[in-house]
Design a protein around this ligand. Structure first.
Ligand code: NAD
Ligand code: IPM
Ligand code: MN
Length: 366
């Protein structure tokens, strides 16, 4: 398979380098053939050729079987207008490749219960999947822009827009994935305030009626934010729009202990059909810790596990990698973001060393 690697900015290249050590382990030890190519994205691409994702890199992504993406953005490019910011690099990939379902699993590791902001009993055995719509909504709606009137006052506009087909197709993915889990989907919207919310609720309700094997419930987004902290285990699959999904998934990350743990896959259809995906951690370029070599590589390594499962159809290898991560954590290996006060910590490379050593142990046992 052809894997295009886009490291990006800040900690992006650091965590991607660590993940590539894991990719290499699988090509050397698990008989997988992965042909790797590289490209620039985000600020790194702006510095090189003036745009956050060039046509050339876009074409390479399109010709690949999967993309491993680090993170983009940083203070150096924060003053740029929206359309030319680093963040447009990832948005162009999602939109341009029509990758409308962004899967963001939040699973708690028993070894990390102490790292969660919540009490252990609230998060023990947490296993939720947020399915975030990723090609529409307020991220892409038109009109948008900022205008300055004659008196010098500025006014900005964004448009939240959804077509019913965009809602239905992300529902399809959420329902399909729920079937392999606990068959429950909670759809999150603001149907009480927004026109798009009312349409979201109508379409999900119709879809639920046509698929009675799945238990569908609805929740307002503000309540969902509260319920995620109060009793997160009530959820199985959450399906929601682009912006709510962005916010709620960072919140779900805090339940598991760190933003540095949560992987994602952005796909066009669930397990069946098209296998292309963009795999990336849900976190950003973390300028506050960039260059220090201490970023947690687990979110990106687990994103590669999602790539193994979805794009390579290598679910045994994916499970092996997830088990190696779990064992490294239960062996007490901690990057600073998941360490208790005073606990010994390792670098990004140290965490990857520990995961690779567990992979070696596990493969000997097989
Ligand atoms: P962020 O996710 O980069 O960081 C938030 C906090 O989490 C920081 O304290 C950071 O140190 C910590 N953190 C994140 N990843 C970590 C990891 N792997 N290990 C340890 N700690 C980690 O969010 P931000 O600070 O709001 O944004 C920084 C930049 O990243 C912005 O330019 C933003 O637009 C961009 N961003 C990009 C993506 C992406 O590329 N997909 C996602 C989110 C934010
Ligand atoms: C994410 C990020 C992106 C988003 C930004 C960088 C465009 O926050 O992947 O969660 O908002 O989707
Ligand atoms: Mn985000």
């Amino acid at each position: 398979m052809k894997l295009l690697v886009l490291p990006g900015d800040g900690i992006g290249p650091e965590i991607v380098d660590q993940t590539l050590r894991v990719v290499n382990w699988f090509t050397e030890n698990a008989g997988l053939t992965i042909e790797i190519d590289y490209g620039l994205a985000g600020g790194a691409s702006i510095d090189d050729c003036g745009v956050p994702l060039s046509d050339e890199v876009f074409a390479k992504a399109k010709a690949s079987d999967a993309v491993l993406f680090g993170a983009v953005g940083g203070p150096k490019w924060d003053a740029l207008p929206r359309a030319s910011r680093p963040e447009m690099g990832i948005l162009r990939l999602r939109k341009g490749l029509d990758l409308y379902a962004n899967l963001r699993p939040a699973i708690s590791f028993s070894a990390l219960l102490g790292a969660s902001a919540l009490r252990p009993e609230i998060v023990r055995d947490l296993d939720i999947l947020i399915v975030r719509e990723s090609t529409a909504g307020v991220y892409f709606g038109e009109p948008r822009g900022i205008v300055t009137s004659a008196d010098g006052a500025r006014a900005a506009t964004d448009t939240q827009a959804y077509h019913e087909n965009e809602i239905r197709r992300v529902c399809e993915v959420a329902f399909e994935l729920a079937r392999a889990r606990n068959s429950r989907v909670c759809s999150v919207d603001k149907a009480n305030v927004m026109e798009t919310g009312a349409l979201w609720r109508a379409v999900t309700t119709e879809f639920g009626n046509q698929n009675p094997d799945i238990e569908l419930s609805h929740m307002y987004a503000d309540n969902c934010a509260m319920q995620l902290v109060r009793a997160p285990k009530q959820f199985d699959v959450i399906v929601t729009d682009n912006l709510f999904g962005d916010i709620l998934s960072d919140q779900a990350a805090a339940l598991t202990g760190s933003l540095g743990l949560l992987p994602s896959a952005t796909i066009a259809h669930g397990a069946a059909g098209q296998n292309f995906g963009v795999y990336e951690p849900i976190h950003g370029s973390a300028p506050d810790i960039a260059g220090k070599g201490i970023a947690n590589p687990i979110a990106t390594i687990l994103s590669f596990a999602m790539c193994l499962r979805i794009s390579l159809d290598a679910s045994r290898e994916a499970a092996l990698l997830e088990e190696a991560v779990r064992l490294a954590l239960s062996g007490g290996i901690r990057t600073p973001d998941i360490a208790a006060p005073g606990e010994k910590t390792v670098s990004s490379a140290g965490m990857t060393d520990a995961i690779l050593s567990r992979l070696n142990d596990l493969s000997l046992k097989r």
